[in-house]
Unconditional design. Structure first.
Length: 317
């Protein structure tokens, strides 16, 4: 059976078509628009321009699906619309103008879907999963194939670029301010866990005392960060691991107040053409997360929230 899955994120709006047969899924194609919906939020309110942009893209996607008579369509949205003060009104208008039913998933649900999707791909029994999105960052600590603790933090690459940077690429000083803000939030991480209601109240796991040598990274920030890392350090395309200790130098190399050599400009544009404004904010958040948990490496997986949604909500695992 063909299913269309639409993910309205804070950085990108994506549509993927899957062939779902029993418990097996195959992604046949995907389309995306790098929109940066989080940047359309002003004073906590999703602007009309942001709503109109979302509608424009969703109409394109639904038109494509209708052309191929794909009627099984699930759409969900994450931090940009979830956290807006006018979330309910904005989503209702988008639904009315597109004909889509849009589910606003909570940060807790997003972390769970991330975990389900990634662990199907990784097969790891223990670890710490991280998804740095445009408007939020989800962390999931797990062991024995089960979630020990999860949290959604107000750390996002698109949001950070909108708040701290005045140009396409941030300056080193702007990256430092992002680093300070991310460090402040991570230092108070257990408060966000409490607010999100602990997955296992009897668990003694605390993110503030958790140590992880390696992180499992999913989502666009880690995908683009890996592409840039592989290009800079001349790694093979099949490499899926980032040495976290290289992140500070990688960030400094591409800040806007450095006189970038043309070779570096070419390298950056080839590696992450769609994520130029958000790559350094995303890597800055990744660096702070790695530092907080003592991680020295990050392994990337291409499966995440969409696949987790399918396994949980469509297949019913």
């Amino acid at each position: 059976m063909l299913h269309g899955i639409i993910d309205i994120g804070s950085s990108t709006v994506r549509m993927a078509v899957y062939d779902i047969r029993g418990g097996d899924i195959e992604m046949l194609l995907k389309k995306k628009h790098v929109v940066g919906l989080a940047a359309y939020v002003k004073d906590g309110v999703m602007t009309q321009a942001g709503i109109d942009k979302a509608v424009e893209i969703l109409k394109e996607f639904t038109g494509f699906l209708q052309c191929f008579h794909i009627t099984r369509v699930a759409a969900f949205t994450t931090a940009a619309l979830r956290n807006a003060k006018n979330s309910r009104e904005a989503v209702a208008e988008i639904e009315r103008r597109t004909g889509l039913a849009i589910r606003v998933i909570t940060g807790d649900e997003e972390a769970t879907f991330d975990f389900i999707g990634a662990t199907h791909a990784f097969g790891h029994e223990d670890g710490l999963l991280v998804d740095i999105g445009g408007g939020s960052t989800e962390l999931v600590a797990f062991a024995g194939g089960k979630i020990l603790q999860k949290v959604s933090l107000p750390l996002g690459a698109t949001d950070f670029h909108a708040r701290f940077s005045d140009d396409v690429l941030p300056t080193l000083a702007e990256c430092r301010r992002m680093e300070e803000e991310a460090g402040r939030i991570l230092a108070d991480i257990d408060r966000y866990v409490t607010d999100a209601k602990k997955t296992a109240p009897e668990s003694t796991v605390s993110f503030n005392t958790l140590h992880a040598d390696a992180l499992a990274g999913i989502g666009g920030t880690f995908k683009s960060g890996l592409a840039l890392y592989n290009a800079v350090y001349d790694m093979p395309a099949e490499n899926l691991t980032i040495d976290a200790r290289a992140l500070p130098e990688l960030i400094r190399r591409f800040t806007s107040d450095r006189d970038l050599p043309q070779d570096d400009v070419i390298l950056l544009m080839r590696a992450v053409p769609d994520r130029l404004p958000t790559i350094l904010p995303g890597l800055t958040i990744a660096h702070v997360v790695c530092r907080h948990f003592g991680a020295t490496r990050i392994t990337y997986s291409d499966s995440g929230v969409r696949e987790g949604y399918i396994y949980s909500e469509i297949i019913g695992e």
